[in-house]
Design a protein around this ligand. Structure first.
Ligand SMILES: Cc1ncc(COP(=O)(O)O)c(C=O)c1O
Length: 451
């Protein structure tokens, strides 16, 4: 009856898993927003170092993790896999529930798994400064930490609604040496244009990305870093699923269902892709992405080419999208408010390899409270979506009287999100289902791309 299943430091994976060669079909091209032609590595060099561009397009299944990166990973990796005995008891389920806990990283989430290698490759390429965006502040704090470790300057455009809701995330970024601006800001043309039209604009990830990309493209010493969505980011996170698989093997188990919350797709890819590989090889496993009903990209978006940002500066990718000018409401799971999704996850959803479900935020907080009262850990509001999925699966197993192994990724802790819990306890959290008409309107502005 082990509760924590641990691996020693020498079991930190030595390679990342690149799912590209195992995808169900060829990848759609990524399109340059100016030329409407496929992007070339040269196009991307304005904002990314070559090593990351190569990883983005690599056909190699395994990519070596540099020794310097593995050395820093040792600060929190391998992360623990927990068997949720106490939650199982509270639910009265015959299911075995396991969660891979990424909140043990210094920033409190899975995001440093990619922030560290991104800062490392930028340092090697001679980059002096990183410009980036952040929603809830989890990515911003992770890249601030990574830049600090590699001696890079860092500017973070933080979505304004979170800047107000999560002041301590801002303090964390500042502690790790980053400059933090509320987005839309007056620092960029994109930000100024939005403020001129709407001075009270609360921001969105799409807007903050536009600001960070513009900042990086306009300075030779600066590169851009993205905390999710891109292929290389998803790949860096696959150490989560690889470790989890090894940990489950230690207790002789394997999941019937693997669950992650979905914002841009990186923690989901991290826990899921190593199991997608097994599924592609014929093993039976369900893979489930949980997203907020207020920003239902995978369940209500269309699978189409769209811009990654609001100001149409970021590349156009084929992905599930709600439209690049979609303005999600200011929910507390700020990290899940993105109009698009990882093209890799999108393709897997479209091919029926991955299932997606949208859930309202109050039911997620209810699940988070049940979890926390049983297991102790206070989950990030984003992660609570995965907990909702896991509890629902466990309750279904109870109804059906079936044993079942459930694995989910607890992508972060909620210590800096207590205002969200306060709002939940005082009944102030609204469930917002994005109106179909607003989604339709946003989708009418998709770029016309012929590929
Ligand atoms: C704790 C946590 N989980 C999940 C997410 C969603 O991002 P992604 O879909 O890239 O994993 C975020 C984003 O900030 C987050 O902070």
């Amino acid at each position: 009856m082990q509760t924590k299943i641990l691996l020693s430091e020498d079991r930190i994976p030595k390679q990342w898993y690149n799912i590209i060669p195992d995808m169900p079909g060829p990848l759609a091209p990524v399109i340059n927003p100016r030329t409407l032609k496929p992007v070339t590595p040269e196009d991307m060099l304005a904002i990314f170092p070559m090593a990351l561009i190569e990883q983005e397009m690599s056909p190699q299944r395994w990519i070596e993790i540099p020794a310097e990166v593995r050395e820093i990973y040792k600060l929190w990796r391998p992360s623990p896999l927990y068997r949720a005995h106490r939650l199982e008891k509270v639910l009265g389920t015959p299911a075995r529930i396991y969660y891979k806990y990424e909140g043990v990283s210094p920033a409190g989430s899975h995001k440093p798994n990619t922030a560290i290698p991104q800062a490392y490759y930028n340092k090697l390429a001679g980059t002096k400064r990183i410009a980036t965006e952040t929603g809830a502040g989890q990515w911003g704090s992770s890249i601030a930490l990574a830049c600090q470790m590699f001696g890079l300057e860092c500017t973070v455009y933080m979505v304004k609604v979170s800047f107000g809701q999560k002041p301590y995330r801002k303090s964390m970024m500042q502690l790790w040496g980053a400059e933090v601006l509320a987005s839309p800001s007056d620092r960029t043309t994109a930000g100024r244009a939005i403020l001129a039209r709407d001075p009270d604009n609360q921001g969105s990830l799409g807007i903050a990305i536009s600001e960070a990309v513009e900042d990086a493209a306009s300075r030779a010493d600066t590169c851009y870093a993205l905390g999710s969505v891109l292929n290389h980011v998803c790949m860096h996170q696959t150490i989560i699923g690889m470790e989890a698989k090894e940990q489950l093997a230690l207790v002789g188990d394997y999941p019937e269902v693997v669950i992650g919350c979905h914002g841009g797709g990186s923690n989901f890819a991290g826990i899921a892709f190593p199991f997608v590989a097994d599924k592609a090889a014929g093993r039976e496993v369900r893979i489930l992405a949980m997203e907020p009903a207020s920003c239902p990209t995978l369940t209500k978006g269309v699978y189409a080419f769209d811009f990654g940002d609001t100001a149409q500066m970021a590349p156009i990718s084929k992905m599930y999208t709600l439209g690049h000018d979609f303005m999600p409401p200011g929910i507390h799971a700020g990290g899940l408010r993105y109009h698009g999704a990882s093209p890799l996850v999108s393709q897997l959803v479209n091919a029926g390899v991955v299932e997606a479900r949208a859930v309202a935020q109050n039911t997620c907080f209810e699940a988070a409270v049940t979890f926390s009262r049983a297991e102790g850990i206070i989950p990030a509001p984003e992660s609570s979506h995965a907990i909702r999925g896991a509890i629902d699966e466990a309750l279904r197993a109870k109804e059906e009287g079936k044993e079942k192994t459930i694995l989910f990724c607890l992508s972060g802790h909620g210590h800096v999100d207590m205002a969200a819990y306060d709002a939940y306890f005082s009944g102030k959290l609204e469930d917002f289902e994005y109106p179909e008409a607003a989604i339709k309107e946003s989708l009418s502005h998709l770029p016309k791309v012929e590929f």
